[in-house]
Design a protein around this ligand. Structure first.
Ligand SMILES: [Mg+2]
Length: 279
């Protein structure tokens, strides 16, 4: 970091991506490693009373599952600061007055929504034919009956949401297949309707983050390793986009980003953010 590096604007709250930003996950081994400086930064933010949260695009694990795993490897993040596209979806469903959601996802996805007060039903269950919204999320076991049921509801006018429409997400081991994108793409092709995305980089996700942090979106720093996920969301929403080089994007790759996903600032890692914040 050069001596004259500074934050591009007033930062009153921070959204972190998880993988590549605060931790590195090894999918093959199913393990995590904390990125240098992450523990110190979260501890300092907590002490300074600066609100922060982590929003991952993975919809498989609710905070109650993921939180303990992160704390086991030393990252001091409370469950209350951990969010997924399911958290964003629950907020949007409540805003829209959705009464029952047909969930194409694992039981964990339905459980996460239920915990946020959303009535859920799975394809084939009683009431599925009356659902007024369809939500596609992590669903490795999705079958054609599920897709058929979802198409039926969408064609009848139900709201249509997906956790993510990223076809492949970057991991340390290379690109991983995005189930939500594949499934919602099939429904879109059949019904002629495109889903609303609840995860990053959607406007729904950006609005959720600012509301949770309780600060204006222009004072939210969005810190992540993926230009098409975090910094695209920050740019579109008017937040401060900060790219890190600890994940899947190198300094050269950040410099080559097109305008719509170019970060306001690139740092070597979250340790540098602590210095910039003067903590
Ligand atoms: Mg990431």
């Amino acid at each position: 970091m050069s001596d004259d590096a500074k934050l591009p604007g007033k930062v009153s709250g921070i959204m972190f991506d998880l993988d590549g930003t605060l931790i590195l996950s090894n999918r093959r081994l199913g393990s995590y490693q904390v990125i240098p400086g992450a523990v110190e930064l979260l501890t300092a933010l907590q002490a300074a009373g600066i609100p922060y949260l982590a929003l991952t695009n993975g919809s498989a694990y609710p905070a109650a599952k993921q939180g303990p795993r992160l704390r086991d490897v030393g990252l001091p993040i409370p469950d209350a600061n951990l969010f997924t596209p399911n958290s964003v979806a629950a907020r949007v469903f409540a805003q829209r007055g959705v009464e029952q959601v047909l969930v194409l996802g694992t039981q964990g996805v339905a459980d996460a929504l239920s915990e946020d007060g959303i009535a859920c039903v799975m394809p084939g269950q009683a009431g599925a034919e009356n659902a007024d919204a369809v939500y596609v999320a992590w669903h490795p076991d999705c079958n054609m009956d599920d897709i058929h049921a979802a198409c039926g509801r969408v064609m009848e006018g139900a709201h249509f949401f997906t956790a993510s429409d990223v076809p492949f997400f970057a991991t340390q081991e290379g690109p991983a297949f995005g189930y939500s994108c594949a499934i919602s793409g099939a429904i879109a092709r059949v019904t002629g309707r495109e889903p609303e995305v609840t995860g990053k980089p959607s406007a729904h996700a950006m609005g959720f983050v600012a509301e949770q942090l309780g600060v204006p979106v222009s004072e939210v720093a969005v810190v992540g390793d993926d230009p098409r996920v975090e910094t695209e969301m920050a740019r579109a929403g008017g937040a401060i986009g900060i790219g890190v080089t600890t994940g899947t994007t190198s300094r050269e790759a950040w410099a080559a980003c097109e305008e719509f996903c170019r970060p306001d600032l690139v740092i070597g890692g979250v340790a540098e953010l602590q210095v910039l914040l003067g903590l």
